[in-house]
Design a protein around this ligand. Structure first.
Ligand code: TYC
Length: 117
């Protein structure tokens, strides 16, 4: 682990590197490994978007194979909502935009949303 300088602190006296110059660097010794906030990306069911289109979305934007994509699509169809994947904020936001843009281009009412885990 590398000790990172976290602030410059006023200091008087001493005979070290900072002697007489009134500043010193204090360092962090604890590992600073914050976990990122994670977000679920969800697909919502509707009565009009073709099943095949939803499967294609899951393959194209969520890297699912045909079997996983079909299972998720049917889950959404039967339960109203289902999880496509879990990502950091910016990646989740990008997935939602890609799906919404693609659905709109093809004039399907498919809805995709994200929620904090
Ligand atoms: N309910 C749609 C149909 O019967 C299929 C569908 C599945 C639509 C999942 C949206 O997120 C969805 N054609």
């Amino acid at each position: 682990m590398i000790a990172l300088p976290i602030l410059m602190q006023r200091e008087k006296g001493g005979d070290g590197d900072n002697a007489g110059r009134g500043t010193s660097v204090i360092t962090r010794t604890k590992p600073k490994t914050k976990r990122p906030n994670l977000y679920r990306v969800l697909l919502l069911n509707d009565d009009y978007t073709p099943m095949e289109f939803v499967i294609h979305i899951l393959e194209r934007f969520f890297q699912k194979d045909r079997e996983a994509a079909t299972r998720i699509m049917l889950h959404v169809h039967n339960h109203g909502v289902g999880e496509c994947g879990i990502y950091t904020y910016e990646v989740a936001e990008t997935k939602v935009s890609q799906v919404m843009d693609f659905a709109r281009q093809h004039q399907h009412p498919l809805q995709c949303v994200m929620e904090k885990k």
